[in-house]
Design a binder for this molecule. Structure first.
Ligand code: LMR
Length: 393
């Protein structure tokens, strides 16, 4: 049997983790996978998470199953965190899912069950796993232009132009904030224009929000999504707590579905529960319970928000300092866009050969499309890094 198996194509982000680990140069630099690091290069357990874990350890009475949709206090907390009061709660249903990826997978499967012929339109480029999962599920994929290589900003006219070819019932996948991999984001006014287009053409928006709180702030990062949610009849949302709660390995995500009315929401909810049952039964409880404890305890919540804001500010400063260092090293304003981008990533606009040279000559690891994880930058070595970049361009 196994002689029939072929090696799957590697995910380029996960591949980078292995290549970095195998490099024994002491001064190697990991700008690959999107994991927050502090000034000491550590990925901390957030203070509120530690406190909530203590509460959980002391108070948990059972490890029995919770429910197919997971912990409903967590699902409600995620609905409020992402949507605020944009939509009447009766129109929203949700399920706890293993990480943002788990939520994306379950939502894609829900789309397939509801409308197998629908094309899911993803940005070009997008997080590579979007396309990989869609391909794996045998779903139709459309791509819309998104990134303007020349300005390193959004090609909004191209985006609208490509989406105008979408058919009624197709799904448009948008990044809620902090676009991965480019770091270039649409403005609130542009969210409004995309909403007009979605309504005019009868499309269904899906929003992947994995970095809420890493861009312009917890509330600000949802503004576009919430604007859209107030206007459209249906919407699909995949949310993640990997980054903003630092719960990466605990796999904490949520699928949220906005339906036309309560009756349709009840059917979507039953489908989410059914899909969980088919794919893994019960979602893992620990991390979601931790999030629920934090969100329902005003002091813990305030501390979580404060620490998240410290992380956001640290990445913002790194962005500006890197843009300044690159201006000095390259004697040009070519990289000024880094200060304008938001979130964990920016795409530097280097060729695959230049990325490879950085890896070979300087032990600097970034994804082949020249995406860097801002949080991985060395706070004390930005000039050295900028000089290395300047030497390959
Ligand atoms: C990333 O893009 O680096 C993160 O979302 C981690 C992942 O799973 O790819």
């Amino acid at each position: 049997m196994f002689e029939n198996l072929k090696k799957p194509a590697p995910d380029k982000i996960i591949e980078m983790i292995g290549l970095f680990a195998a490099d024994d140069r002491a001064d190697k630099l990991d700008l690959g996978v999107g994991v927050y690091k502090d000034a000491d290069g550590k990925t901390p357990v957030m203070r509120a998470v530690k406190a909530a874990e203590k509460i959980l350890l002391e108070n948990q009475q059972s490890k029995s199953y919770v429910g197919l949709l997971g912990d409903l206090s967590y699902v409600d907390a995620m609905r409020d965190l992402v949507l605020g009061d944009a939509v009447a709660p009766g129109r929203v249903c949700g399920a706890q899912e293993p990480g943002g990826t788990g939520a994306i997978r379950q939502i894609f499967e829900l789309i397939k069950a509801a409308n197998a012929g629908a094309t899911v339109w993803i940005s070009d480029p997008s997080w590579p796993n979007h396309e990989a999962i869609l391909k794996y599920l045998g779903m139709n994929i459309g791509k819309y232009r998104y990134f303007d290589e020349a300005s390193c900003g959004v090609d909004f006219e191209g985006m609208k132009g490509d989406l105008s070819a979408a058919q009624a019932g197709d799904v448009v996948l948008l990044h809620g904030c902090c676009h991965n991999p480019t770091g270039a984001n649409i403005t609130l006014a542009q969210w409004g224009e995309i909403t007009d287009l979605v309504l005019a053409k009868g499309l269904v928006p899906m929003v992947d929000i994995a970095y809420q709180g890493f861009g312009d702030g917890l509330e600000e990062d949802t503004k576009g999504l919430r604007h859209m949610a107030t206007r459209v009849p249906e919407m699909l949302i995949a949310a993640s707590c990997s980054k903003n709660f630092g719960l990466y390995r605990d796999r904490v995500g949520a699928a949220l579905i906005i339906s036309k009315d309560g009756a349709e929401a009840a059917v979507s909810k039953a489908n989410l529960a059914g899909l969980n049952r088919l794919n893994f039964s019960f979602p893992p409880d620990h991390g979601a319970k931790v999030v629920s404890i934090i969100m329902n305890d005003p002091a813990l919540r305030a501390d979580w928000e404060a620490e998240l804001e410290e992380m956001r500010q640290s990445m913002l400063s790194l962005r500006q300092e890197l843009a300044d260092a690159l201006r000095r090293a390259s004697n040009s304003d070519r990289f000024d866009f880094i200060g304008e981008h938001r979130g964990m990533f920016s795409r530097l606009g280097l060729s695959p050969e230049q990325v490879l040279k950085l890896r070979k000559d300087y032990a600097i690891y970034m994804v082949g499309d020249s995406r860097i994880s801002i949080a991985g930058l060395p706070h004390a070595g930005l000039d050295k890094f900028a000089k290395a970049i300047a030497s390959v361009i």
